[in-house]
Each structure stands twice: as C-alpha cells, then as structure tokens.
Design a protein around this ligand. Structure first.
Ligand SMILES: [Zn+2]
Length: 196
C-alpha cells in the first residue's frame, strides 16, 4: 500500500476497501471485507461488505433519501456525514474527502458491529478513535487523516444540530484515551459485549 494510492475524493466504497481491511486487521478484528454483488446499471449501489454489513458511499442527495427512508421521513440533520441503518444492516457514507469518509466509516462501524447499547455514542466514538489509531499504525498512507479531524468536524457542527451533544461525548472518550484507557476495551465496555 503506497501513499500515492490513497484517493483524495471517495465516491465509492471500493476505494476505501483496502484501508478498511488493513485497519480491521490492525485492530485484531476478524471481519471479512469483500466487494458486494450489488452492481446496478447506474453504478450507485456499489458497496463493500464488512462481515454481514453492507457499506455504501453515496452522493449527498442519495444520503438524504436513504436517511428519510430509514428514519420515517425525517430530514437528514445538518452536518451528518453518514449513518448506520440497523434494519438493513447497512452503513451509508456521504462521498467526500478520504479522511472524512474513512473517519465516518469508523464511527458508523462502531455503531453497527455490536448490538445497540445504552451508551451508543460513547461506544461509537471509542471505536472511531481506536480506528484512527490503527489507521495511523498500518502505514503512512493515511496522509491527511489527522488525529484531530474528529474534533475539527465536531467543532463545525452547528448548535441546532441534534448531534451537537456529540462534542461532549467525544471529549469524554478523548480524555479517557489520554488517561491511557484502552479504546477497544472502552468499546467493549460500552457495547457490553466482546467483539470478534
Ligand atoms: Zn454516532
């Protein structure tokens, strides 16, 4: 894997497949990553599978549409880069710069790889930070994937976003990380289950 191959702009899940694979390996997780069989003529339904979970990268208009279908016609909240649909066992990510798409992939996988928990956001942020750390370790190919990209993203969340409180959740997990707590340990703790 070379730095040169890292895509600047991600439009399809296949573009991040090797990075997802390497990061899961680094985390010691045994989910298999494979291309999906969903290749529709428009080319919009491509994706990859992480274990049983389909991950798709879609344009913004499609993310809005998928979100409405999944959330009983609610509008997509501002500042949202992706979401996990448990009923469909799918993760949707908005197309965009590599570091944002890859970071969001980690967060949404953190939601969906384990059952819903009482501390769902704490769980997802723990996984996301573990994901970023692992991505750093696997190689220099994560150029641009700066550790503070989550805080940068969160700092841009407008006050009227229903996800504004994620800032506090993230700060909590970050301070636990700085205290030397294992992120995957935290993930399992918040998920209240062992991950494979
Ligand atoms: Zn979340």
């Amino acid at each position: 894997m070379t730095k040169e191959k890292q895509p600047c702009w991600v439009k399809e899940a296949e573009q991040i497949m090797p990075y997802v694979k390497n990061t899961l390996e680094e985390l010691g997780l045994s989910y298999e990553v494979k291309p999906s069989g969903l290749y529709l003529p428009e080319g919009q339904d491509r994706g990859i599978f992480v274990g049983d979970h389909l991950m798709r990268v879609v344009p913004e208009h499609q993310l809005i549409q998928e979100f409405r279908e999944c959330h009983h016609f609610q509008d997509l909240p501002v500042g949202i880069e992706g979401f996990a649909d448990r009923a469909m066992n799918a993760v949707y990510l908005k197309e965009g710069p590599f570091c944002i798409v890859f970071m969001t992939a980690g967060h949404e996988l953190g939601h969906i790889l384990t059952e819903r928990s009482k501390e769902e956001e704490e769980k997802a942020f723990s996984f996301q930070l573990a994901w970023q750390e692992a991505a750093y370790k696997t190689a220099g190919y994560v150029r641009g994937l700066v550790m503070d990209s989550i805080s940068t993203y969160l700092s841009r969340l407008p006050k009227n976003s229903p996800y504004y409180h994620h800032r506090q959740t993230f700060s909590l997990i970050k301070s636990l990380q700085e205290d030397g707590v294992s992120l995957m340990g935290l993930y399992e703790l918040f998920a209240d289950e062992k991950v494979c």
